[in-house]
Design a binder for this molecule. Sequence first.
Ligand SMILES: *[C@@H]1O[C@H](CO)[C@@H](O)[C@H](O)[C@H]1NC(C)=O
Ligand SMILES: *[C@@H]1O[C@H](CO)[C@@H](O)[C@H](O)[C@H]1NC(C)=O
Ligand SMILES: *[C@@H]1O[C@H](CO)[C@@H](O)[C@H](O)[C@H]1NC(C)=O
Ligand SMILES: *[C@@H]1O[C@H](CO)[C@@H](O)[C@H](O)[C@H]1NC(C)=O
Ligand SMILES: *[C@@H]1O[C@H](CO)[C@@H](O)[C@H](O)[C@H]1NC(C)=O
Ligand SMILES: *[C@@H]1O[C@H](CO)[C@@H](O)[C@H](O)[C@H]1NC(C)=O
Ligand SMILES: *[C@@H]1O[C@H](CO)[C@@H](O)[C@H](O)[C@H]1NC(C)=O
Ligand SMILES: *[C@@H]1O[C@H](CO)[C@@H](O)[C@H](O)[C@H]1NC(C)=O
Ligand SMILES: *[C@@H]1O[C@H](CO)[C@@H](O)[C@H](O)[C@H]1NC(C)=O
Ligand SMILES: *[C@@H]1O[C@H](CO)[C@@H](O)[C@H](O)[C@H]1NC(C)=O
Ligand SMILES: *[C@@H]1O[C@H](CO)[C@@H](O)[C@H](O)[C@H]1NC(C)=O
Ligand SMILES: *[C@@H]1O[C@H](CO)[C@@H](O)[C@H](O)[C@H]1NC(C)=O
Length: 709
Amino acid sequence: MSPVGPTTLVMLLLSLISLLAASCTEQERSSLLQSISELSRDGGLSSSWGNASDCCEWEGIACSSDGTTVTDVSLSSRSLQGPISPSLGNLTGLLRLNLSNNMLSGGLPLELLSSKSILVLDVSFNQLDGDMDDLASLAPRQPMQVLNISSNLFTGQFTSTTWKVMVNLVTLNASNNSFTGQIPTHFCNISPSFAVLEVSYNQLSSTVPKGLGNCSALRVLKAGHNNLRGSLPDELFSATSLEHLSFPNNYLNGVLDGSPIMNLRNLATLDLGGNNLVGSIPDSIGQLKELEELRLDRNSMSGELPSSLGSCTNLIIIDLKFNNFSGEISKVNFSTLHNLEILDLLYNSFTGTVPESIYSCRNLIALRLSGNNLLHGQLSPRIRNLKSLTFLSIGYNNLTNITNTLQILESCKNLTVLLIGSNFINETMPDDDSIDGFENLQALDIGSCQLSGKIPLWISKLAKLEVLILQGNRLSGSIPTWISFLNYLSFLDISNNSLTGEIPTTIMLASEKTAAHFDPRIFDLPIYNNPSRQYRIHTVPKTLDLSSNKLTGVIPSDIGQVTSLLSLNISFNNLTGPIPPSICNLANLLVLDLSNNNITGEVPAALENLHFLSKLNVSNNDLEGPIPTGGQFGTFQNSSFGGNPKLCGSVLGRRCSSTEVGPVSIVDRKPFGSKVIFAIAFGVFFGVGVLYDQMVLYRYFGLEKFVLA
Ligand SMILES: *[C@@H]1O[C@H](CO)[C@@H](O)[C@H](O)[C@H]1NC(C)=O
Ligand SMILES: *[C@@H]1O[C@H](CO)[C@@H](O)[C@H](O)[C@H]1NC(C)=O
Ligand SMILES: *[C@@H]1O[C@H](CO)[C@@H](O)[C@H](O)[C@H]1NC(C)=O
Ligand SMILES: *[C@@H]1O[C@H](CO)[C@@H](O)[C@H](O)[C@H]1NC(C)=O
Ligand SMILES: *[C@@H]1O[C@H](CO)[C@@H](O)[C@H](O)[C@H]1NC(C)=O
Ligand SMILES: *[C@@H]1O[C@H](CO)[C@@H](O)[C@H](O)[C@H]1NC(C)=O
Ligand SMILES: *[C@@H]1O[C@H](CO)[C@@H](O)[C@H](O)[C@H]1NC(C)=O
Ligand SMILES: *[C@@H]1O[C@H](CO)[C@@H](O)[C@H](O)[C@H]1NC(C)=O
Ligand SMILES: *[C@@H]1O[C@H](CO)[C@@H](O)[C@H](O)[C@H]1NC(C)=O
Ligand SMILES: *[C@@H]1O[C@H](CO)[C@@H](O)[C@H](O)[C@H]1NC(C)=O
Ligand SMILES: *[C@@H]1O[C@H](CO)[C@@H](O)[C@H](O)[C@H]1NC(C)=O
Ligand SMILES: *[C@@H]1O[C@H](CO)[C@@H](O)[C@H](O)[C@H]1NC(C)=O
């Protein structure tokens, strides 16, 4: 007989205990099952959970290490629909509940908010509603530390009585709801470790409360996109733990200069963009050694840049666009800002030259100096030091020597966006083998320069080009056929030149088959045409503008295959022949301008089917017959049709003769086989997703010319 050793016995016993115990309790099991049974859609959870008896093994459930208590319920992004069940409040050991990114509706059960165990509750991105004032009835002293109720439909105010029980709260994320009233400050008094308050994208109003000064542990305060008024109270700068302070897109006024901002020694992000601030940037900003992001864009600030900015050696982003800052940029020594990635000074009143010290910022990705009176003379070859430079915008300045400029920039291999229009006045477009490179360029604007010459051959090598703007020059010669072989070209504006010859038959067609997208990193910089209109683009609004040239011949019928086209402008040329019926295939068209040509024949009745058409101009041609009356045609004025003596219709006050009763469709039905109908249907269907962005952009800019700056 070999005796069983005591160690073995203990081990046996232990494993027996854990075997018996390694299962959640019946109570927890039924609470969980109860919670999903109340859902109208459970994302397949009930069938998945049905397989195991131990709820600790269920998907999305985690238990304590002894396997007896449910501690985590993580059911984000599972398409759950219906109410959040109060029975989750019966899980007495639950520490973390994450139900984010579902379609849950109804209120947030008090049973959860009054849980004696839950530390972290995330119900963000649902459709929960209700007024948080109801919480007033909660028992005191909740353990809750992190509460994320952002991106729901909650309303009401953050009244102090309501939230007084949250004595352990560290983080409250209530962004993107419909909360009203003041920024709450009482959390800081109630909970000594309160550190993160995120209330952006709500309807908070009134001024920024002085009480925030008592928030000694507050690290993050985000209250952008509300209706806050007044100036920043000095008391705010007593919250010396602040690392992130952002109030973008409110109605704040007053000055920053004179505020004790240097108290915020830990500040890494200061975002006050899109307010009504005046005055200059205080010298004391140089004491914010941790500053990484400085955003004061879209205010009415003025004065010179403080040289002390060069002491903020951790700066990554400086965004001062759309202000009235003046003086020389070279007041700041940029050579100390080794981490600088984005410098955006668009539309200010800076003067002088690009400071040499900028060329030491080896990590610079985006440099935007357009719309100052800043640059004159020739571009410095030292810009080649900026190996990461991806976005360069220096238009609307007074640079000279375009040949030299392009020869310098061609070796910036990472350039994807180059906007240098409105410089180099009256020079000649270089067209020779000396320009090479730019292989990654996606957008090129050399418009408004009055350049003479031709559309240069080196552009044909820019295989990734999506946007080409050469408008407002004096380019002559014909539109080269190679333009049709630029596979991604989606935005072509060569208007206001002296181009002759015919329109290449397959112009813009190649890009129909490709899905080009801008480098998203770049268009983190939104595009603008004025301070209040900001838009982040992901795709280019498909546009063809050949207006105000000397083009002849007919409108190529293939244009009808560029079905994602949003804007077609070929006005002020000398085009002849009919409106090709295929234009009626351009189901997404918003703008169609064929005016001031010599176009003949009838206005195709099938143009009525272009449901998005907002602007039509066929005036000053030689069109004849009745004007269609259906669809969008009810919205067009007589100015759309004037100067066509042979056109008739009530909009022109000219009755059609009896031989031309009603609009006659000149669309030949034959070629509209099932394929074409499929193509149209596909275009409309497909268009919803892909084109939405572009259409919003056009709507947003009110059909004005799309401007890159
Ligand atoms: C939760 O507990 C309450 C009482 O505290 C009880 O009435 C209810 O039935 C329980 N729900 C579940 C699903 O266990
Ligand atoms: C649960 O069991 C059913 C039937 O036995 C099976 O079809 C299903 O795939 C199982 N689900 C999981 C998540 O194991
Ligand atoms: C909840 O889950 C989502 C998705 O996994 C995650 O992004 C989020 O950080 C989680 N919430 C918390 C508070 O951890
Ligand atoms: C909700 O907010 C918390 C704290 O701010 C954060 O940790 C969590 O990731 C957020 N949830 C989601 C889904 O972003
Ligand atoms: C708040 O939650 C949202 C998601 O709803 C998240 O994007 C954001 O980063 C969170 N804010 C903070 C400060 O954690
Ligand atoms: C706000 O919430 C809506 C709905 O969940 C969401 O589509 C939107 O992206 C959110 N906006 C922000 C800025 O988080
Ligand atoms: C240039 O771009 C490439 C591809 O995006 C990237 O891998 C590389 O790091 C960039 N070079 C620099 C110097 O930033
Ligand atoms: C632009 O530069 C040219 C040539 O260098 C000079 O003659 C002209 O005065 C400058 N214009 C402005 C507005 O600075
Ligand atoms: C323009 O630059 C080119 C190339 O660097 C140079 O040869 C030429 O002399 C410059 N022209 C003027 C007027 O400076
Ligand atoms: C450019 O040329 C036009 C016409 O020749 C002239 O009127 C204009 O003054 C010139 N502009 C500059 C800046 O040289
Ligand atoms: C239209 O053509 C006629 C002759 O064919 C010509 O005289 C007239 O100038 C042209 N109109 C326009 C606007 O080009
Ligand atoms: C337009 O073209 C016609 C015929 O091709 C020509 O007679 C006329 O002069 C041209 N008009 C203009 C303004 O170029």
